[in-house]
Ligand binder design. Structure first.
Ligand code: SF4
Length: 214
């Protein structure tokens, strides 16, 4: 059987990175795949607490949201709203959930987290509010130093997200590359670097040894 070099490389890199992340007060869970991440997140979340989520196709793809619904978890879900006003209210409510589920756009090799956000609710929850944040991220998103990570997130992930959302007036859709735009449709409104967590283990990072997410 052919050796899985990518997974082997990711596994060693994840062990090295986890030490850097833990020094910054982040909790680290190394997961073979999304299924393992889902199972371990389900164990971590107390069943009588509220859960908010947003801005992560990786979390959605894992099936974690459905599994939480199935076990009767109290979910704060903006997708279940019917009007823009109600959606806004639920998004604000998610900022005070007991747990918040999301992902991270990029991690530097020294363990800093880079996120670009449109509305800002995802980076708000990541920074302050929910007692515990669970973030899923593939080892593919570990790019190098913090400048390189920021550049990769802005030049690669953000344009891909704009394409996914079909934001046709943005330069990244018209030309394929980020044009550092200030368009009304721009999704790159807030760029956040999380160097360290003040509260130890508030932010749990699930490092995935497979290629998932944008
Ligand atoms: S062109 Fe605008 S929306 Fe597209 S990636 Fe760049 S800053 Fe973001």
């Amino acid at each position: 059987m052919m050796k899985n070099y990518v997974k082997d490389r990711y596994e060693l890199a994840a062990q090295t990175l986890s030490k850097k992340l833990e020094r910054r007060n982040f909790e680290v869970i190394i997961c073979q795949d999304l299924e393992a991440a889902k199972k371990s997140a389900l164990r971590m979340i107390a069943s009588d607490k509220t859960v908010g989520f947003g801005g992560s196709i990786t979390v959605e793809k894992s099936g974690l949201i459905e599994a939480l619904y199935q076990r009767g978890q109290q979910m704060i879900d903006r997708e279940k709203t019917e009007t823009p006003e109600e959606r806004h209210r639920v998004m604000k409510q998610a900022l005070t959930a007991d747990y918040f589920l999301t992902s991270i756009n990029g991690i530097s090799e020294d363990g800093q987290l880079v996120n670009v956000d449109s509305v800002g609710n995802r980076v708000a929850a990541l920074t302050y509010g929910p007692d515990k944040v669970l973030a899923f991220v593939s080892m593919r998103k570990v790019y190098g130093d913090v400048e390189t990570t920021l550049e990769m997130v802005r030049k690669n992930t953000a344009p891909l997200n704009a394409h996914r959302l079909g934001l046709e007036k943005t330069p990244c859709i018209k030309k394929g590359n980020c044009g550092d735009c200030l368009q009304p449709e721009c999704i790159c409104n807030t760029i956040v670097i999380t160097r360290r967590s003040m509260v130890k283990n508030r932010l749990a990072i699930f490092l995935l040894l497979e290629d998932v997410g944008l």
